[in-house]
Design a protein around this ligand. Structure first.
Ligand SMILES: Cc1cc2nc3c(=O)[nH]c(=O)nc-3n(C[C@H](O)[C@H](O)[C@H](O)COP(=O)(O)OP(=O)(O)OC[C@H]3O[C@@H](n4cnc5c(N)ncnc54)[C@H](O)[C@@H]3O)c2cc1C
Length: 388
C-alpha cells in the first residue's frame, strides 16, 4: 500500500466524474484505497442542473429535486404533449449532488478532498508512481484518474456542439404548471443549426429556461443572451420576475478526440473521455455508471477502468443521426418531432439512456423520417469511406 505522503489514487478534478468515483469508493464495504481528490474550485455551488430519464438503472434517483410526468415538444405552430408517467423526466440540482458526495467522502477516512488545488501541467511517472504538481506542492500515487477537460479544444474536435445558456427565474405570482416541462420548443428562425428553448418549471413561480443550439460552431453566453431574453419574455408573459441563478455550457456531440492514455494506471474520465453521449451531449448517467464500475474494479481487481466503448449499433445510429442533423440542419427539428411522435416513449427513453434492446433500436429507426435517412445514407457512406 501507500507510503505516508503518497496515495493509491489521485483524482484530478472534483466535479461530476471525480466526486462520483470518490463517493462510490467511499460507499464500498471493506478496505478502500487511499485516495486524494484535487479540485481547483474553492467551494461548491449550484452551478448546473442534471436531467435524465427515470429508468430502472438510473443512478441518484433519491437525490432528484423535481420530476415531470408529462412533457411537450413544440414549435411556433403546434405543441404536442406526451405522457411520461412510466419514465418521468428528472432533475437533480448540482448542489444537492455535491453535498451528498462530500458527505460520503467525509465519512471515509481514506479519502481526502483538497479544494483550491489546481494541478499544474501533466503528471509524470517516476518509479511506477505518478507525480502530480499543484501550486502548493507535489502529490504521488500508483493510479491516476484525470477528469480535466483538454486545454486545447478546437471547434473541429466534435461533429457538433451543444451550446446553452439558461436562467432560473422567479415570478411574482404563480403561473407555471409544475407537472409539465418543455423539452424542445424549436426556434425555426435560427440560421446556423438547430435551436430550441428548454423550459423546466420547478414550482408555480420558479423555472429554469434555457436557450440551446446544436451547431458546428460553439456559442458563448453573450451570443445566446438576446435569444434567451426573448424566450424568458415569452414564457413569463407580462409577469414581473427576477433571475435567481444562471448556468451555461458547451457540450461535445460526437467528440472526435476522446482522451485516452496508453498506461493502464492513468485513466481519463468525464465529459471529454467518453462521458458525453454523441447524439445528446448528456453525460450524467454515463458518468455514474462508469464511476460505479471503476470503483468496484479498483477494489476487487486492482485496476482502473476507462469508459467503455458504446455498443456498435448505438454508435452507428448516433453517428448517422449526427451526420443528418449536421448536413441538413433545417430538417433537424423534423427529425426530433418524428422521433417523439412515432417512437414508443419507453423505447426512446431506453435508447437515450444507453439501455436499448435491438427491438428498442428498431423502434427508434422506424420512427425517423425515412426519406431523409435514405437520402442521406449514400452521402454518409461516402463520407465514412473517405475518412477511412
Ligand atoms: C451547465 C451544464 C448543465 C448540464 N446538464 C446536463 C444534463 O442535464 N444532463 C446530463 O446528462 N449532462 C449534463 N451536462 C453535461 C455533464 O453531465 C456535465 O458537464 C458534467 O459535470 C461533466 O462532468 P466532468 O466531471 O467531466 O466535468 P466537471 O463536472 O466540470 O468536473 C471537472 C472538474 O475538474 C476541475 N478542474 C479542471 N481543471 C483542473 C485542474 N487543473 N486542477 C484541479 N481541478 C481541475 C473543475 O473545477 C471541475 O470541478 C451539463 C453540463 C453543464 C456545464
Amino acid at each position: 500500500m501507500s507510503t505516508p505522503s503518497s496515495y493509491d489514487l489521485i483524482i484530478i478534478g472534483g466535479g461530476c466524474a471525480g466526486l462520483s468515483l470518490a463517493s462510490n469508493l467511499a460507499k464500498l464495504p471493506g478496505a478502500v484505497p487511499k485516495v486524494l481528490v484535487l479540485e481547483q474550485r474553492e467551494k461548491y455551488r449550484n452551478d448546473r442542473t442534471w436531467c435524465f430519464w427515470d429508468t430502472a438503472n438510473a443512478a441518484c434517483k433519491s437525490l432528484v429535486t423535481h420530476s415531470w410526468p408529462t412533457f411537450r415538444i413544440k414549435d411556433k405552430q403546434r405543441a404536442y404533449a406526451y405522457d411520461a408517467l412510466k419514465h418521468p423526466y428528472m432533475m437533480l440540482a448540482s448542489d444537492v449532488f455535491y453535498n451528498q458526495a462530500l458527505a460520503d467522502i467525509d465519512r471515509c477516512s481514506n479519502i481526502q478532498l483538497l479544494l483550491g488545488e489546481e494541478t499544474i501541467g501533466s503528471a509524470i511517472k517516476v518509479n511506477q508512481t505518478w507525480q502530480v504538481k499543484t501550486a502548493s506542492g507535489e502529490h504521488s500515487a500508483k493510479w491516476l484518474v484525470d477528469t480535466r477537460p483538454p486545454r486545447d479544444i478546437v471547434e473541429t474536435d466534435s461533429v457538433l456542439w451543444q451550446s446553452f445558456f439558461g436562467q432560473e427565474i422567479e415570478l411574482d405570482v404563480a403561473h407555471f404548471d409544475v407537472d409539465q416541462c418543455v423539452l424542445m420548443d424549436f426556434d425555426d428562425g435560427f440560421a446556423n443549426g438547430l435551436a430550441f428553448v428548454y423550459f423546466l418549471p420547478t414550482s408555480a413561480k420558479q423555472a429554469l429556461i434555457e436557450y440551446t443550439v446544436f451547431s458546428e460552431s460553439r456559442y458563448k453566453k453573450p451570443d445566446l443572451q438576446p435569444l434567451l431574453m426573448q424566450a424568458v419574455a415569452q414564457y413569463t408573459g407580462q409577469i414581473a420576475h427576477r433571475v435567481v441563478r444562471e448556468e451555461c455550457g458547451v457540450l461535445p456531440m460526437g467528440n472526435k478526440r476522446i482522451q485516452a492514455h496508453q498506461d493502464p494506471s492513468y485513466v481519463f474520465s468525464g465529459l471529454y473521455a467518453g462521458g458525453a453521449r454523441p447524439s445528446s451531449g448528456y453525460a450524467f448517467q454515463r458518468i455514474q455508471a462508469w464511476a460505479k464500475a471503476c470503483a468496484v474494479s479498483m477494489v476487487e481487481q486492482n485496476r482502473l477502468l476507462p469508459f467503455s466503448k458504446d455498443k456498435w449499433l448505438q454508435r452507428y445510429m448516433d453517428d448517422l443521426f449526427l451526420y443528418v442533423i449536421k448536413s441538413q440542419p433545417k430538417m433537424a427539428s423534423t427529425v426530433f418531432k418524428a422521433l417523439f411522435k412515432h417512437c414508443p416513449l419507453s423505447a426512446l427513453v431506453k435508447f437515450m439512456s444507453d439501455q436499448a434492446s435491438l427491438y428498442d433500436a428498431f423502434c427508434v429507426m422506424k420512427s425517423l423520417p425515412t426519406f431523409l435517412f435514405i437520402q442521406s445514407l449514400p452521402r454518409y457512406l461516402l463520407h465514412k469511406l473517405s475518412k477511412h
